[in-house]
Write a protein that binds this ligand. Structure first.
Ligand code: AMP
Length: 223
């Protein structure tokens, strides 16, 4: 089974991708993780992608597609994959389609996790860190007992620059899946919208139900 998770940042897409992969015994491939590992290892790929990542820009398609394809050909990817953070462009989607088709396979579903912008901004911008001990808080989901003070060490909490609301809005605009990408999967009848504003367990439940539904719909066509 090959599943694609789409959605803006702040919808819990990464968390859900891991949960779904574990549940269904699939490999979780996140291109962001592949690139971060390459940077950490100081490889040639890492050197080529670092500047794009630092600027929050997309890595060029050619390099991204080559990286994804190399990972997709490994033996542990043959039983199925959950793609997380890939594809981000129409060209990347087409390259994945071609690779799957030439292996006699198909992407079973493109699951689009959505949430209202205001909620995403609130989620992403509500994060506060303790610079002393590294503890993470959230204004809504995990507030400290005392305003802006760390429960563990009493340190004064701080907000990262890129977690501030206007920066988060700009990031959201840049990282939203482009309409032509959604349209690509919609035209194939594989796009399913999932309400990402629910709690984690409910989102997982809806994802699993949508996957099951897609599989049962496509089963007769394959027989
Ligand atoms: P992520 O962890 O998915 O937010 O990815 C971190 C960074 O890696 C992104 O900001 C991009 O610079 C790069 N990246 C990850 N996946 C892709 C992709 N499919 N296409 C282009 N760039 C990507």
């Amino acid at each position: 089974m090959y599943l694609i998770l789409l959605g803006p940042p702040g919808t819990g897409k990464g968390t859900q991708a891991k949960l779904i992969a574990e549940r269904l015994g699939l490999l979780h491939i996140a291109t962001g993780d592949l690139f971060r590992e390459a940077v950490q290892q100081g490889s040639e790929l890492g050197a080529r992608v670092k500047a794009y990542m630092d600027r929050g820009e997309l890595v060029p398609d050619e390099l991204t597609i080559a990286t994804l394809m190399e990972r997709l050909l490994q033996p542990d990817a043959q039983a199925g994959v959950v793609f997380d953070g890939y594809p981000r462009t129409l060209q990347q989607a087409r390259a994945l389609d071609d690779a799957l088709v030439s292996a006699g396979r198909v992407a079973d579903a493109a699951l689009h996790i959505t949430a209202p912008d205001d909620e995403i901004v609130q989620r992403l911008s509500g994060r506060w860190l303790c610079p002393n001990c590294g503890q993470i808080y959230h204004e809504v989901h995990r507030p400290p007992k005392e305003d802006r003070r760390c429960d563990d060490c009493g340190g004064e909490l701080a907000q990262r620059d890129d977690d501030k609301a206007d920066v988060v809005r700009a990031r959201l605009e840049r990282q939203r899946p482009p309409e032509e990408l959604l349209e690509h999967y919609r035209a194939q009848g594989r796009l399913v919208d999932i309400d990402g504003s629910q709690e984690v367990g409910a989102v997982t439940r809806d994802l699993l139900a949508a996957i099951e539904q897609m599989r049962s719909e496509s089963a007769p066509k394959r027989a």
